[in-house]
Ligand binder design. Structure first.
Ligand code: AKG
Length: 264
């Protein structure tokens, strides 16, 4: 594990995911979002809350989509999850037996509030210890402060899991909760090019801002856990959503001694 990751709680590897894969993921996203290709089993397509509630009507259906979740059965998106360069980095950070989970393509459309409040991802995961989990997030296009890049508070992963709640905003996207009373003044902005990839600790406080452009802001993300972790929810349903977290587990390297993942 690099000193930078240990001290700051995140690292960015430039150009890690090749342009051809980035292009295929974007094309697949657009085709599903516009209803031109069928979605794989379990893939959940989530509209932005303002679109879903009729406050904003986008020009095309795809311009209203904020996320695609649970993509392990998708032949294109899942190439990302198994990408060797990415798994080599993950293995160096959290060990050899790797479960992929929480798969999603994150799309921040224009003209809606797609902000993601500052939060800690450990809230969503039953695995412990926390440092045996890592979030991996790759830009699918140029991502800047203008279109709502990731922000991180360096070193915040050295604290505890803090209390979260929905922010006091007019439009609240489902499960976009934030740390209560957080001081955002120390945050840094991660501007990225397509293929650049952030690796981050599940306790780091992070989020993202408005997309102030007329284009999309799109990224793909998966979390990985060491399969030897303890499951402190003992397979029970996640507290914040109706899905069991185990629906979205896949063994991607090594072995699964606790049998957390469905059989291949
Ligand atoms: O892509 C984003 O805007 C933020 C994503 C994020 O923080 C998360 O999914 O935990």
């Amino acid at each position: 594990m690099s000193d930078e990751y240990r001290e700051r709680g995140f690292i960015v590897r430039r150009g890690l995911v090749p342009a051809d894969l980035i292009g295929e993921i974007n094309a697949r996203f657009d085709a599903i979002a516009e209803g031109q290709e069928a979605r794989a089993d379990n893939l959940q397509v989530v509209r932005n809350v303002e679109v879903a509630k009729g406050f904003h009507t986008p020009e095309t259906p795809g311009l209203g989509i904020s996320k695609m979740n649970f993509f392990h059965n998708d032949a294109v998106f899942s190439r990302y999850t198994h990408h060797p360069a990415l798994l080599d980095e993950v293995q160096a950070l959290i060990g050899d037996d790797l479960i992929a989970m929480n798969s999603m393509v994150l799309n921040k459309p224009p003209n809606v509030d797609g902000r993601h409040p500052l939060h800690q991802d450990l809230l969503y995961f039953p695995f412990r210890p926390a440092h045996h989990i890592v979030g991996v997030w790759t830009a699918l296009q140029e991502i800047t402060r203008e279109n709502g890049c990731l922000v991180m508070i360096p070193g915040s992963h050295q604290g505890e899991l803090l209390e979260h709640d929905y922010p006091d905003w007019e439009h609240l996207n489902h499960l976009f909760v934030g740390v209560k009373g957080v001081d955002a003044s120390e945050r840094v902005h991660l501007e990225m090019q397509p293929g650049d990839t952030a690796f981050f600790h599940p306790l780091i406080i992070h989020g993202s801002g408005f997309n102030k452009t007329q284009g999309m802001r799109r990224a793909i993300a998966v979390h990985y856990a060491n399969a030897n972790c303890e499951d402190i929810w003992a397979g029970q349903k996640q507290m914040l959503d109706k899905h069991s977290p185990r629906d979205d587990y896949r063994l991607v390297r090594g072995s699964d001694p606790n049998g957390y993942c469905p059989a291949a």
